[in-house]
Design a protein around this ligand. Structure first.
Ligand SMILES: C[S@@+](CC[C@H](N)C(=O)[O-])C[C@H]1O[C@@H](n2cnc3c(N)ncnc32)[C@H](O)[C@@H]1O
Length: 218
């Protein structure tokens, strides 16, 4: 019997515990506008990884209006507090994120909160390059064509043992179709292969929703 992957994904989402009303509002907005947020099952997984890692410094590349940011912030907060960097190249999305995340109890950097959010409106890889310090977790959800350009920079900026988590590495199954040679699909394959075959990283792909690649810096 062929597997109904959409039904499996809905089932997995149904297992995620009830969310804060603000997060629920963000989920409804994504449904109504077709905005590609990670969704609750993938975010629950990212939250757990970040929490188990004890992470206090997270850098997110390609943050949209802050849905995935909120889950990283929750993990950081439960680890004792710290900073989550939100980056997106769209001012409206950055402003929306600020409103949602403030209502969730994560103020902007410099407000004296236990867990704060640093906002950069601009290109995410450039933002990481220009942000000082190292990170426990870097999350990657930018334009897929640019995935291969992130590897060396993220390696440099992660602490040893740090996590590099990347969304969409299954790309609705297109990565497994050799006849598909479009630019995004090819870039995702190049990126995933480079990380998986490198002796600088320990990797696994988790086929939850659209596929998360989890890479640990050796
Ligand atoms: C897939 S959505 C992000 C969803 C978000 N991670 C979530 O789950 O809530 C990616 C967002 O990042 C933006 N983006 C894509 N590539 C980017 C880049 N290189 N720099 C900054 N923003 C980027 C897109 O315009 C979009 O708003």
């Amino acid at each position: 019997m062929p597997v109904d992957f959409a039904a499996v994904q809905s089932y997995l989402e149904s297992l995620v515990p009830d969310r804060h009303p603000e997060l629920q509002k963000m989920e409804v907005y994504a449904d109504e506008t077709d905005f590609p947020i990670l969704g609750p099952a993938s975010c629950q997984f990212c939250y757990l990884l970040t929490k188990l890692h004890g992470a206090r410094r997270v850098f997110e590349m390609g943050s949209g209006y802050g849905y995935s940011t909120a889950w990283f912030a929750r993990a950081v907060d439960e680890n004792g507090g710290g900073i989550v960097h939100h980056t997106v190249w769209d001012q409206t999305l950055s402003d929306m994120a600020k409103e949602h995340l403030t209502r969730l109890g994560y103020p902007e950097r410099g407000s004296g909160g236990r867990t704060e959010i640093a906002y950069t409106m601009g290109e995410a890889v450039q933002a990481l390059r220009e942000t000082p310090g190292t990170f426990d977790v870097v999350f990657n959800d930018i334009d897929k064509k640019a995935y291969p350009d992130t590897i060396d920079l993220v390696y440099e900026r992660l602490k040893p043992g740090g996590l590099f988590i990347t969304d969409n590495v299954v790309w609705s199954g297109r990565v497994a179709d050799p006849s598909n040679q479009d630019e995004s699909t090819t870039a995702i394959r190049t990126f995933t292969k480079a990380l998986s075959q490198s002796d600088r990283w320990e990797c696994t792909v988790v086929p939850i929703r659209d596929g998360l690649l989890v890479a640990v810096k050796r």
